[in-house]
Design a protein around this ligand. Structure first.
Ligand code: SF4
Ligand code: SF4
Length: 435
């Protein structure tokens, strides 16, 4: 954001005064904020950021300093949980970013890049498949090992530092299952729809398959409706609400065409936005009611499974596990006990609570790419907490967190496995099947 050319003209996108007014500047949110914990600067705290938004709302220009402090926010919403006055900070920062975006002229190459990522790549299964295949070749051919081993990444500077955070390509990709229905194992108890995400079809194909299996195991017919796609969460976080609305409408049409007990996601970051489609489309006469209906059906997979009588795995999984709360599950959706309930339902698995488990790991969508230095600082601190538990598995509930924590386990850990809660369950069911 530092290269932005800024205008002070206000737009329809800025934070609403009524939302800003809720903050009474008490400061009770400060210690819940990862950037404040790292930097100790008021301007990088939730209270400080709200104060800066108020100044802009009152006519101050959006200065480079404003862009920097808003840009450094993880949008993790830890402050929302801590705030006794009900400040909806997530909504504020999304609106502030949309306002910045609408008043910003980026250099042509940055605009082109953003257009490619947000306007094309995330929306095109064909392009994702093509790039995923190239990535798969890079990894499977041994070229990745060679590049890493020979220190080429150092020559690429910042780009080289980001390479270890890049998502893997898991062939065969999950796109091939879209449009199919997977029948329940045993008696059918529920009929659910599964939203498989966008990049997750390439980078978390095995996790998506595990999710389907675990749902089947628990008596669900699992439908993958045709026409589904990217949820728009990354667009919302990048200040592109119009693009997000277009994507939301596409998903609403695809999923409301069928009758389901729930619509399931395994990505907490997506789930948070999917549950807020109602808000995103509240001014759209044709979609407002449908968006609310859609959001009411949305469930994180851990939330859904914890709400039904779980068919517990039989065979013990002898390991120790700790759980890192995904911000958009704990703070965005207020789902905390469900993943823990599932992990403690696995026989033989010893659960060890981690200190500060609901402080962000630094992943935060594409934050670890665009704010790499701060993300790595936060990750190092997170791994200190993980290591203190002595657990051999780090479980979490969001693909982005998995990538970040895998990098953390490699750089600062002790070889911990990093898994989605659903993968832990899937492994336990598989052990039971082998018995
Ligand atoms: S956001 Fe909430 S907790 Fe933080 S200063 Fe404002 S009122 Fe207090
Ligand atoms: S969203 Fe997270 S990083 Fe941003 S101000 Fe709140 S606690 Fe801090």
């Amino acid at each position: 954001m530092a290269d932005c050319i800024v205008a002070s003209e206000k737009t329809k996108y800025g934070p609403k005064q009524v939302d800003l007014d809720r903050c009474v500047h008490c400061g009770l949110c400060l210690n819940a904020c990862p950037t404040y914990r790292e930097l100790g600067l008021e301007m990088d705290s939730p209270r400080g950021r709200v104060y800066q938004m108020v100044q802009v709302a009152e006519g101050a220009p959006m200065s480079p300093s404003y862009l920097e402090h808003i840009g450094l926010c993880l949008a993790c919403r830890g402050c929302e949980t801590a705030c006794p006055s009900g400040v909806q900070y997530g909504r504020l920062v999304e609106a502030a970013r949309a306002e910045i975006e609408a008043n910003t002229t980026r250099p042509w190459h940055a605009r082109l890049f953003r257009r490619f990522i947000f306007g094309h790549l995330l929306q095109s299964p064909r392009t994702m498949t093509f790039l995923g295949a190239l990535l798969y070749l890079y990894e499977a051919s041994g070229l990745q090992k060679l590049v890493r081993g020979m220190g080429f990444l150092k020559l690429l500077g910042r780009l080289g530092e980001l390479e270890p955070l890049s998502p893997p390509a898991e062939s065969p990709f999950f796109f091939r299952h879209i449009g199919k229905t997977f029948p329940a194992e045993g008696t059918r108890r529920y009929r659910v729809a599964f939203l498989a995400g966008c990049i997750a079809n390439v980078s978390f194909a095995r996790l998506n398959e595990a999710t389907v299996r675990v749902l089947q195991k628990n008596g669900c017919d699992v439908v993958l409706p045709d026409g589904q796609g990217c949820c728009g969460a990354l667009h919302v976080h990048a200040g592109l609400p119009e693009d997000a609305r277009t994507l939301a409408k596409r998903n609403i049409d695809a999923f409301l065409a069928g009758e389901f007990d729930a619509i399931i996601t395994n990505a907490a970051g997506c789930g948070s936005t999917l549950k807020e489609y109602g808000e995103l489309l509240e001014d759209d006469a044709a979609y407002a009611e449908k968006a609310h209906r859609f959001s009411k059906l949305m469930k994180d997979v851990t939330e859904f499974l914890a709400s039904i009588p779980l068919r517990p795995p039989v065979e013990p999984l002898n390991a120790t596990v700790t759980y890192q709360d995904s911000c958009h599950l704990a703070h965005g959706q207020k789902v905390r006990t469900a993943p823990r309930k599932l992990l403690t339902a696995v026989p033989g698995l010893e659960f060890r609570e981690m200190p500060f488990s609901d402080i962000c790991c630094g992943s935060a969508g594409i934050y670890n790419v665009v704010q790499n230095e701060m993300a790595m600082q936060i990750l190092e601190r997170k791994m200190e907490s993980v290591n203190r538990t002595g657990a051999s598995i780090i479980a979490t509930a969001n693909p982005g967190c998995i990538l970040q924590l895998r990098a953390g386990a490699r750089m600062h850990g002790s070889g911990q496995r990093v898994m989605h809660v659903i993968e832990v369950l899937d492994e336990a069911y598989a052990a039971s099947r082998r018995r």
